[in-house]
Design a protein around this ligand. Structure first.
Ligand SMILES: Cc1cc2nc3c(=O)[nH]c(=O)nc-3n(C[C@H](O)[C@H](O)[C@H](O)COP(=O)(O)OP(=O)(O)OC[C@H]3O[C@@H](n4cnc5c(N)ncnc54)[C@H](O)[C@@H]3O)c2cc1C
Length: 380
């Protein structure tokens, strides 16, 4: 089994072993079929929750494991080796936990965070709208004051876990233009006036749903606003770094899986000896995976020390998802016809990798974030 340094901590090793055993038993056997049928198995999420793998870095006070971010991201990497879709599901769920842990009232934490920690609730995070993906603070969905609460109206787009989730963290406009006019809301499924709209057909990550969310005069009491009024964009941004590191971990898992497949099954399937050129190309990919893993571990540890990791998270997301795309695409080519056969399991990795270059801020946006960091450095 090809693995990356640094050597895992005891916590990481134990949790990753649990994730691997679970994936081998319950995710891998149906991964190709689930992808074809766009089928998400809630039992898989619940099984991962029972093993304590869906709330690793949440504090024990609210039902989490109180573990490290490093362990959480290593588990996402391990899950992605079997199915990036489940890694994304667990990652998104963790963002909702993170926002509630940071901004929730004790009542909100008891009502929503505990079931999220236990895995009886699955969370979804909804910021994007049709005209405001990269430019998220331009969102238009309105939340108008009414007696005792708010009336939400509008349509959100591209919500991962849409239609599957029990709780949606939704950003809507309570004030004027710009980030300060945005507030965050907790919307349980089944709330009158809220429904899940069209499910998107997409290139990859098929078991993970991506849907519209439709709000028609949906009443929410004040007690379901997360944070203060106008603090919603801060709530969303508070989870952006965590989300980007999660995508990087998922991308690492995809890249490693493709490398492993080429180096073991791919070589066996080919009618000719793998040329030194191809071996060299994949050996270099291994070195690059190793470098990105080291960066990811540094980022996770820095995050746990409470330091700002915006630039590091962008580095990780940009490098890991571009690398996953390069490795999976070369892998498909390297094994010839087998590469495009779903049952061989490589082409799915390539399609999944493409989506990772877009989600949680496109890689062009990561370049923008990093350009601004460079500007700050030279002017300080
Ligand atoms: C698999 C997947 C899951 C997702 N899950 C969620 C979710 O759970 N919740 C949620 O809220 N959203 C989700 N999204 C939406 C995602 O956040 C947006 O797709 C993403 O932010 C890009 O926005 P956009 O699609 O509107 O592209 P656009 O913003 O329209 O960008 C189009 C192109 O223009 C470039 N561009 C835009 N602005 C700039 C700029 N200022 N400088 C340089 N280039 C720029 C982009 O890089 C891109 O190449 C998901 C997306 C995907 C693919």
């Amino acid at each position: 089994m090809i693995s990356l340094l640094p050597k895992p901590t005891t916590e990481e090793r134990e949790l990753c072993q649990k994730a691997k055993d679970f994936s081998d038993r319950f995710i891998r056997p149906t991964a190709v079929d689930d992808e074809k049928r766009e089928h998400f198995r809630k039992s898989i999420f619940e099984g991962l929750a029972k093993l304590g793998l869906t709330a690793i870095s949440l504090s024990q006070e609210w039902g989490g494991q109180g573990g490290s971010s490093r362990a959480h991201y290593s588990v996402l990497e391990e899950l992605a080796r079997a199915s990036a879709a489940y890694s994304i599901t667990v990652g998104v769920n963790q963002l909702v936990q993170g926002a509630l842990a940071e901004f929730g009232t004790p009542e909100q934490k008891s009502r929503f965070l505990r079931p999220l920690a236990a895995g009886t609730y699955l969370g979804a995070f909804s910021l994007s709208e049709s005209h405001s993906g990269s430019d998220a603070s331009a969102l238009k969905m309105s939340a108008k004051h009414t007696t005792g609460g708010y009336l939400l109206s509008g349509t959100k787009m591209w919500c991962s876990n849409g239609g599957l989730a029990d709780l949606y963290l939704v950003m809507a406009r309570t004030g004027g233009d710009g980030p300060k006019g945005i507030s965050a809301f907790l919307v349980p499924k089944g709330t009158p006036g809220f429904r899940v709209g069209k499910k998107e057909l997409k290139l990859g990550l098929q078991p993970s749903s991506l849907t519209e969310l439709i709000f028609e005069d949906c009443f929410l009491p004040e007690s379901q606003r997360l944070g203060t009024e106008g603090e919603g964009f801060r709530v969303a941004l508070s989870q952006l770094d965590a989300g980007r590191i999660g995508i990087a971990a998922t991308a690492l898992g995809l890249g490693l899986e493709a490398l492993q497949k080429v180096w073991t099954e791919g070589i066996k399937q080919c009618s000719f000896d793998f040329s030194e050129g191809v071996r060299g190309q994949f050996a270099e990919y291994f070195a690059r995976l190793q470098a990105v893993k080291a960066l990811l571990v540094l980022t996770a540890e820095t995050k746990d020390q409470g330091a700002r990791v915006t630039a590091l998270a962008s580095h990780c997301k940009l490098l890991a998802s571009d690398l996953a795309m390069a490795i999976t695409s070369s892998a498909v080519e390297a094994v010839g016809f087998q590469g495009i056969i779903p049952s061989f399991g490589l082409e799915r990795l390539m399609r999944d990798a493409k989506a990772l270059q877009i989600v949680e801020g496109t890689n062009q946006i990561q370049q923008l974030v990093l350009s601004r960091e460079l500007d700050k450095m030279v002017s300080s």
